[in-house]
Design a protein around this ligand. Structure first.
Ligand code: CTP
Length: 403
């Protein structure tokens, strides 16, 4: 379950063409289990109808401070008092300027001004033309809004509705959702750097063929995402997978085990946690042919011989930082049977304080999993759940161990 489930968010729309993304955002929030109360400025109603937002949020929309539906006629007080946060998306240049000066001539800005500052955070997702965004007035306003404790989200970059290209687009709905989830996640790994390996490796036989495995990388990506949400600086070394990089995570793509080792070593300095989720190929062909190996018509199959790949986790656990206790290492074990016995033995063999066991064939490519956390004291099961939920629990466990 996402950290957003059960939250009550006031979704404010000011005037901007990006308001069409707010419909998608509203739907996505509701899907996460959030109750959404939409408040729109008059300008927003030029871009999006209250009817659409009511249908998507399942609640009547507020557009006026004179709304007679409130018994005390104080929508600006009542709406903010009930909410876990106010999210203004899109936040136009004009709306941000108004917030800055404490303007309150319509319901949305009035409600933002009247919110209890310590209890109801205000998050804004700017949306405007690139010249408006880069204008010193807007940049000054953004800096001051941040100084006033308002959480200003980044802007996107790319083609704009006006035909120009640059910074200032509102983030996409799923990016705002991700940032909102991060906003509500306790920063248990603040100030820490976390290095994660994920996915399979690919060991070339020739330029068109190779050996790999069924790892999808989903568990490792979920761990990188959870660590980032918990406030860590995260570097993700990924084998060949088709997954989007979690927001705010630095990703390094590699193919073979040797490339993965090289990337890990290059990124190791100053890391506080290393999580090895990658399903690294144990062996690679001893000789990778420069050209495609052709059939010669004799029916003879090529002779393949293998050499062992370097053990990345073992290399890291023997690094000076790990030996000094400055780097906390977590190994994974993908087993097909006898999970507890294999995971316990592997933890000792790999000399890691924490080893996470899972049943490989049952989990490769799936969106959910079950984990067995094995340390010196014994084993703890994290029962069947989504990989993201398990990643959040695992990161919470790691955070307790390194804090
Ligand atoms: N690992 C690694 N480098 C390797 C092999 C494994 O870093 N060359 C890491 C994996 O990322 C994982 C842990 O070691 O964290 C265990 O991987 P696993 O494949 O389960 O174990 P193996 O060491 O390959 O042992 P076996 O194949 O005998 O089960």
């Amino acid at each position: 379950m996402s950290t957003l489930a059960g939250k009550h968010i006031v979704l404010g729309l000011s005037g901007g063409i990006a308001a069409f993304k707010s419909a998608e955002l509203c739907r996505a929030l509701v899907k996460e289990g959030v109750t959404v109360q939409v408040v729109m400025t008059e300008a927003a109603e030029h871009f999006m109808t209250a009817v659409t937002m009511q249908a998507l949020s399942g609640r009547p929309v507020y557009t006026s401070q004179w709304d007679p539906r409130e018994a005390n006629n104080m929508a600006h007080i009542n709406l903010s008092r009930e909410s876990d946060a106010i999210l203004v998306a899109p936040a136009s240049a004009d709306f941000m300027a108004k917030l800055l000066h404490g303007g309150a001539d319509e319901l949305l800005s009035l409600m933002c001004l009247a919110r209890p500052i310590d209890k109801v955070p205000l998050i804004v997702a700017p949306a405007m033309n690139r010249e408006m965004w880069n204008n010193p007035a807007t940049q000054r306003n953004v800096a001051q809004l941040k100084a006033d404790g308002i959480h200003v989200l980044d802007v996107g970059q790319g083609d704009q509705a006006c035909g120009e290209t640059g910074d200032g687009r509102m983030l996409e709905a799923e990016e705002i959702l991700e940032d909102l989830e991060a906003f509500f996640t306790p920063k248990t790994l603040a100030g820490k750097s976390v290095l994660v390996t994920a996915g399979p490796t690919y060991e070339a036989i020739d330029p068109v063929r190779g050996i790999t495995n069924l790892s999808s990388g989903k568990m490792g990506f979920a761990i990188a995402r959870a660590a980032r949400m918990a406030g860590a600086e995260v570097t993700l070394i990924s084998g060949p997978v088709s997954l989007d990089t979690p927001r705010g995570v630095k990703r390094v793509n590699v193919r073979s085990a040797r490339e993965m080792l090289q990337a890990v070593q290059a990124n190791l300095p100053d890391q506080g946690v290393f999580v090895a989720t990658a399903a690294v190929a144990d062996w690679r062909p001893a000789n990778s042919a420069d050209q495609k190996i052709k059939k010669d018509g004799s029916g003879q199959t090529p002779e393949l011989t293998f050499v062992e790949n370097p053990d990345i986790l073992a290399t890291v656990t023997r690094s000076p930082a790990a030996l000094k206790g400055d780097l906390f290492c977590v190994g994974f074990a993908a087993e097909s049977h006898d999970l507890l016995a294999h995971a316990t033995a592997k933890r000792l063999r790999k000399q890691v304080p924490l080893l996470v066991g899972n049943i490989g064939p049952a989990t490769f490519g799936q969106d959910d999993n079950a984990l067995l956390l094995v340390d010196a004291l014994g084993a703890r099961e994290l029962p069947h759940a989504s990989k993201q939920a398990l990643a959040v629990e695992l990161i919470a466990d790691i955070a307790r161990r390194v804090s």
